[in-house]
Design a protein around this ligand. Structure first.
Ligand code: B12
Ligand code: SF4
Length: 462
């Protein structure tokens, strides 16, 4: 009567992502008395064979897969991850008579399409902790599962999971993987392309208890001996009062860990917030303003003011706090002049040693404002495979060739600019191994971008 939970995600770039969501579901199952086993296929040399052997041994009553990524949202170098998951689901289907359930961020974005593509029975949308008993009951003869099941966002959970217990940490450590920790769910902003409300199961904040988050980190670091934590919150610095309280508690606890976060909104990246983050142990952060032109800040629905960006860039420089900036060109309302304004901001206001990521064209995901715009413009509805033409939006007010030329020119002239594809390039793997070997923390863009950029240039990949 065991629930077998499988991590099929073999993507390790730009950062190897420990399957925090799947493991939290495993721990919720245990709390509710459901016997559970976890199979991590991230580094398996023959994943299908290992899955087959595990099912033969465990004889699970149901198999659950986490689908974190559908694609890499990269127009220039698209990857479609479901091609790797489909054969695994087929093995589960062949070897297990119980239901095959899919959950995870990717699955939550387009549940029915993912279910059909993978050939599963049910897709859980949003947090899975609150539906494990239902899955177990269905697997053991109870009421059949619906094809789509919504997980409640307010079900009790932990900020992370006991990685040392569920995972063989050796290969993760070899690539200097950080420990993912989530202090809150939800984001009330409404960026035009964003689907996080569906993934988190809520657009309202569900805030974790600050002391619990700190205790959880202390325990995780003791158990894993990995002194680097990555906050995986949709927006780490919002609400700012909570962010500051958490940072102060982390600073007081003085855990000797380096901290990172990728979800930073310029709206609340004031000097006060950045100072608190620095004092807490953050060494570098990843911020995606997407644009720096007032018109596109509005049309992308970003919810910050143009001045917030300048304040953030200045405060970060004054505090010696490196930011990895990410810009997304070609979305609704983009024109040649808004592109030029964003590139001007990158050239003139971002410190020259802060890395800047350039992404061209917006990936369209179902259920987003962008999908509605696409429909209103009479364009075809999005599908799952990013390699199918028409999956990336380009504003009709900007010429494709001109946009590409402007980005290329900026990329060639500024050493701190990179295309998104560089984040998944071969140099990243080399740096991860080097850091794993030296026992250093996960390479952050902050520390390595200039070196990486030079090496990539040498290899002709930049
Ligand atoms: C933080 C983050 C990152 C960090 C990761 C840091 C780290 N160490 O883990 C960074 C910036 C490095 C990153 C990189 C990438 N990311 Co990212 N990332 C996120 C983010 C914001 C949070 C993910 C997370 O950990 N959530 C916290 C956990 C607890 O939640 P969860 O995984 O969703 O799990 C819950 C439920 O989904 C469910 N559940 C999960 N599994 C299962 C299984 C079963 C059986 C059940 C029932 C339920 C269930 O229950 C869980 C607990 O509540 C999400 C967006 C989001 N809001 O989710 C994007 C997101 C997951 N990333 C995405 C992408 C594309 C990527 C990259 C491919 C980007 C790129 N081109 O490089 C890489 C891939 C990295 C990799 N190794 O896989 C996409 C994936 C969807 C897609 N487009 O296909 C997302 C959704 C963003 C988006 N909207 O596009 N990412
Ligand atoms: S701030 Fe981030 S999480 Fe919030 S809506 Fe915008 S992209 Fe989504």
């Amino acid at each position: 009567m065991t629930l077998l939970l499988v991590n099929p995600n073999r993507e390790t770039k730009p950062v190897p992502a420990m399957p925090v969501g799947l493991l939290r579901v495993a721990e919720a199952a245990e709390r509710e008395g459901v016997p559970v086993q976890v199979l991590d296929l991230a580094f398996a040399s023959r994943p299908e064979r290992l899955l087959r052997a595990t099912i033969a041994k465990v004889k699970p009553s149901a198999v659950g897969f986490t689908v974190r990524n559908i694609d890499n949202a990269d127009f220039r170098a698209p990857r479609f991850y479901l091609d790797e998951v489909r054969p695994l689901v087929a093995v589960a289907r062949e070897c297990c008579t119980g239901p095959i359930v899919i959950g995870g961020a990717g699955a939550s974005m387009a549940p029915e399409a993912v279910r059909l593509d993978l050939g599963a029975d049910c897709v859980v949308v949003g947090p899975g902790e609150g539906v494990v008993t239902r899955i177990h009951d269905a697997a053991t003869g109870g009421e059949r599962l619906p094809t789509v099941l919504f997980g409640p966002a307010d079900h009790p959970t932990n900020p992370a999971a006991d990685y040392a217990r569920w995972l063989n940490l050796a290969p993760w450590k070899r690539l200097a993987a950080p420990l993912p920790v989530q202090s809150r769910r939800g984001c009330p902003r409404k960026c035009v392309y964003c689907n996080y409300a569906a993934i988190d199961g809520t657009s309202k904040y569900v805030l974790g208890d600050v002391d619990e988050v700190v205790d959880c980190i202390r325990e995780l670091v003791e158990r894993t001996r990995i002194p680097h934590v990555e906050f995986v919150d949709s927006t780490f610095n919002s609400p700012p009062t909570y962010a500051i309280a958490l940072c102060e508690a982390l600073a007081r606890a003085d855990l000797g860990v380096s901290l990172g976060a990728s979800g930073i909104t310029p709206r609340y990246a004031s000097r006060e917030v950045l100072e608190a983050m620095k004092a807490a142990g953050f060494s570098a952060i990843w911020c995606s303003p997407d644009t720096a032109a007032p018109e596109t800040i509005r049309s992308y629905g970003k919810g910050f003011a143009r001045d917030d960006l300048s304040v953030m860039a200045r405060s970060a420089e004054e505090l010696g706090f490196t930011v990895m900036w990410s810009f997304l060109f070609g979305g609704p309302g983009e024109t040649e002049s808004t592109v030029a304004e964003t590139l001007r901001f990158a050239r003139e206001e971002i410190p020259a040693d802060h890395p800047v990521m350039l992404t061209s064209r917006m990936r369209i995901y179902p259920g987003t404002e962008l999908a509605r715009i696409v429909q209103a413009e009479g364009l075809p509805a999005p599908v799952l495979d990013p390699r199918v033409p028409g999956q990336f939006y380009l504003s009709s007010h900007v010429d494709a060739e001109r946009l590409d030329a402007m980005l290329f020119e900026a990329h060639e002239s500024l050493p701190n600019l990179m295309y998104l594809a560089a984040a998944q390039g071969p140099v990243v793997g080399l740096l991860q191994r080097m850091n794993g070997l030296l026992g250093r923390r996960q390479p952050t863009w902050a520390d390595y971008a200039p070196i990486r950029r030079r090496v990539m240039k040498m290899l002709g990949r930049a």
